[in-house]
Design a protein around this ligand. Structure first.
Ligand SMILES: [Zn+2]
Length: 196
């Protein structure tokens, strides 16, 4: 059975506040290349929310940092709880649409609920069960969850273990995954711990 569940604007305002705290922390550190000061260099994105997270489409700036030193200008993009890497859909949708498709009788029914094409959701499910499980944040998270979450029901099995309320569970999972949302900011999890 599908439980149509829509993420509201307050949820995304909360994520923006976390992303703001992350970028502030990251900006306090010097450029890893030259030691110069980092400045804000946000860039626009056009995130899709599908039918589950349309409210999140309004928050389209990806917070970013750039070294101010002439000749360096190295980018240092901090982790984000809103954007899951380069995916067009918001990170919350990558979680929620995958859980809907796990519960739906058919992929057509899932698409009617999520607004996300079935082939996209299938790709996400392969990612949830495959490459993600080899990532450091996932290994660290699943080590904390005893017994380990059922592999075939990820991400639903992760959400059930993180919080009783679904928005809180999604936010927690996004925070755990945030370090993998950027490659130009090694060990980004330290900013998450400070921001949460
Ligand atoms: Zn620099």
């Amino acid at each position: 059975m599908i439980d149509p569940f829509v993420l509201r604007i307050e949820f995304f305002e909360g994520l923006v506040a976390i992303d703001e705290a992350i970028v502030e922390r990251a900006a306090a550190e010097p450029c890893r290349e030259c030691g110069g000061a980092l400045h804000r260099g946000d860039h626009p994105r056009k995130p899709r929310g599908g039918l589950l997270a349309m409210a999140g489409e309004a928050f389209s700036r990806r917070f970013n940092l750039c070294c101010g030193q002439d000749g360096c200008r190295r980018r240092a993009m901090p982790p984000s709880v809103r954007f899951l890497g380069r995916r067009v859909y918001l990170g919350a949708v990558v979680i929620l649409a995958a859980t809907v498709s796990l519960a739906a009788a058919t992929s057509a029914a899932a698409t009617r609920t999520t607004g996300v094409p079935a082939r996209t959701t299938r790709r996400w499910l392969r990612w949830w069960r495959g490459p993600l499980t080899a990532s450091a944040p996932f290994v660290e998270l699943s080590a904390r969850l005893v017994p380990a979450p059922e592999r075939q029901r990820i991400p639903q099995s992760l959400l059930e273990r993180l919080a009783d309320e679904r928005p809180a569970a999604i936010a927690k999972l996004l925070a755990w995954l945030a370090p993998i949302t950027t490659t130009s900011c090694p060990d980004g999890s330290r900013f998450l711990r400070a921001a949460m």
